[in-house]
Write a new protein. Sequence first.
Length: 173
Amino acid sequence: MAAAGTDTVLMDVHLPGGDGIEGTAKLKAAHPEIRVLILTADTGPTVLAAATAAGAAGFLSKSSALSDILAAVRAPAGGPLLVEGAALAALLGPAGGGRNGQGTAVLARLTAREREVLRLMGEGLGPRAIAERLVISRHTARGHVKNVLMKLGAHSQLEAVVAATRAGMLPGD
């Protein structure tokens, strides 16, 4: 299935005679050490959820700049789910960003710093970049991210951002 020495696979969702999500799950089952990055024109939340469940390490839009795709391929393994800007924008676009007021109670439970961290997560920043932007330690930034995830009931930064956007806690445009 994978060539010896392969560490990253760029997988399309729609393959001739196959399904890239199913292919990702099979590849990860056989070779858990391989990073799979999904490259697709279908950047909806259902596809992202299926790709994440299958073990994908990243999610990229086919409209992404080549430099963004190369950066994703070169990114270190073991980090949080990577979602490139164009895919994230599509994911959080008009279909996912309605304000419905559900976020008010959760937003009230977040500290001012956690709301700031959530906003930066919504910009696509990870703990290291958040630490640099807020001039705090990486350890402190990771703690704030973990608190935000816990309070939003999310398992990843992307899940937290999507939940917060749908609840009207972050802008959806």
